[in-house]
Design a protein. Structure first.
Length: 144
């Protein structure tokens, strides 16, 4: 009896130590946000999982074109192809100077403002007043 109990304990412990395998198709089909990237960069981003072909996040993320250096400067997660940060945002063209003046996040290629804004072509002269943000190429207006 003593040896059979010991055997069961050893078998039970061994089963718990086996690593869980990711199912790439299930991961990409889930509610995860999956974007282009590289395995090397993706695995350095908090909460990201490499599906085998894409970098996947379990929660709401905004991922857009950018550069590794600028993305990390803005505390974003660089996937190897895109700059990702938590939460929703509206991302559009712009310039680094105007984006920063508008309290946006500059990814190296796009200016991201809170998702409560809609952006459209305009000019710095007409994009003024409360509830507006000038990105350098577009005027973003807070939606009600």
């Amino acid at each position: 009896m003593r040896s059979s109990i010991l055997f069961l304990l050893v078998v039970g412990c061994g089963a718990k130590d086996e690593p869980k395998k990711l199912d790439p198709a299930a991961l990409e089909a889930s509610s995860a946000i999956c974007v282009a990237g590289t395995k090397e960069e993706c695995t350095t981003v908090l909460d990201a999982k490499w599906s085998g072909t894409k970098c996947c996040f379990p929660s709401l993320m905004t991922c857009v074109a950018g550069t590794n250096k600028q993305c990390k400067r803005e505390s974003g997660g660089w996937t190897g192809a895109q700059c990702c940060f938590s939460g929703g945002a509206t991302c559009t063209g712009g310039t680094v100077e105007a984006c920063q003046a508008a309290s946006g996040i500059w990814t190296g290629a796009a200016c991201c403002v809170p998702s409560t804004f809609s952006c459209t072509a305009g000019s710095a002269d007409t994009c003024v007043g409360k509830g507006t943000k000038w990105t350098g190429t577009e005027c973003c207006v807070r939606r009600n």
